[in-house]
Design a protein around this ligand. Sequence first.
Ligand SMILES: [Zn+2]
Length: 486
Amino acid sequence: MIIPGPKGPGDAIDVYLQPLIEELQELWEVGVETFDSSVHQNFKMYAALLWTINDFLAYGNLSGWSTKGKLACPCCNKDVFSMRLNNSIKQCFMHHRCYLPINHKWQIDKKSFDGTTEYGLPPKHLTSQDILDQVKDHEGVILSKDASKKTKVSHDNRRDNWNKKSIFFRLPYWSSLLLRHNLDVMHIEKNICDNVLGTIMNIKGKTKDTVKSRLDLEVMNIRLELHPIQKGDKFVLPAATYTLTHEEKHTFCMFLKQLKVPDGFSSNISHYVSIKEHKISGLKSHDCHVLLQHLLPLTLRGLLPKLVCEPLFELSLFFKILGAKTLRVEELEQIESQIAITLCKLEMNFPPSFFDVMVHLPIHLALEAKIAEPVQYRWMYPIERELYELKQLIRNLSCPEGSIAEGYIAKECMTLCSRYFTNIETKFNRLNRNHDVGSQEHKSDLLIFSQLGRALGSGMTWDLHMDEWEQAHLFVLKNCDAVQPF
Ligand SMILES: [Zn+2]
């Protein structure tokens, strides 16, 4: 078990992956005798690794393409366009105009964008042969962590971001996969939501609209109306269209504070809202997911000008369609061309420092979904939840790994034992948490959301007509005690 952090192995993770790769090679080439209990027979099982699911930092460690610096986007590879903001001291990823259809009117519009015209083509999609050609010189090279300065120089010399040839290339089929590593939609949603909320609410430390970013606008000679005005040794920032006024912030916070959602829909978002300070803090990934996909379009309508709202709503719709349980190719193609326009609209409104690499990544998500299907099987939620469970097992902070390993074994033993106990409460016979409606703890939970029943035999599905569906819906509600007061 390897815990990431300053002492984590970083790119040297390949050393630890060796046993896994050996087993995967065996599973592909030799196969493993496995018992099939349904037919009481042994069969030869073969297996292949489809792809890895990782956050953006681990993407760099696993793929070998560093996800830092000016070539941070692994999909755009060498062709990514990024720009150094000298005042904000960071890279920004704009230039989404290259994804627009040729001769689009925005391509010559210097003033609304970053002061330049854009005639370039979008980065080309790399084939597996392209990748193999690029990494061929890196065979067997693993850089130690303190070599980071040297890496930067070699990146600059080679004009790429490769740190190593990933150990996964030892798998015979790896180079022919269409998608090797997933961009994690969970973290992308979280980062974008944080950027948007921080900026429109002007939350100190979170907003991308600072004196430094306004000075960047001055250097780029765009958006004259937003340039900082020097008064003595201080700067005054003219109000921007993308920030909420004091009253608007109050309306926004009040909406979230009073919001009621169905059980299991989201955590209690009102806990994170401070009416007094007009601040939202401590949002978890899933809260950001709900906010971005469902709540922002509801709350911001009428608060921000249409020009600012529109791209935000489009972004919300993009993630909604992308995150759906059923994907349709034509819908994905539609959002793929639409997201370029949405990002361009954002570029016209928000400051350049808003566009970190996370805001750029949605441009690649529709294509990944076309290759690898629904996002819910390829994002970090299940993994993060498992990690959360594992972290709960830590009793001795000085040895977290050992503590987790021991706790995990104990839990397995307890689970096995509890299958044989009948006269005490175990996790197998415990009632659903929604069962006890009267209890103080879950006062807001309703019986209709609990699942006390259980299927009899195999199921059968058919589609209800809209009026049948409404009748059934109404019947349940009319016969449910908890709904009677309403
Ligand atoms: Zn990219």
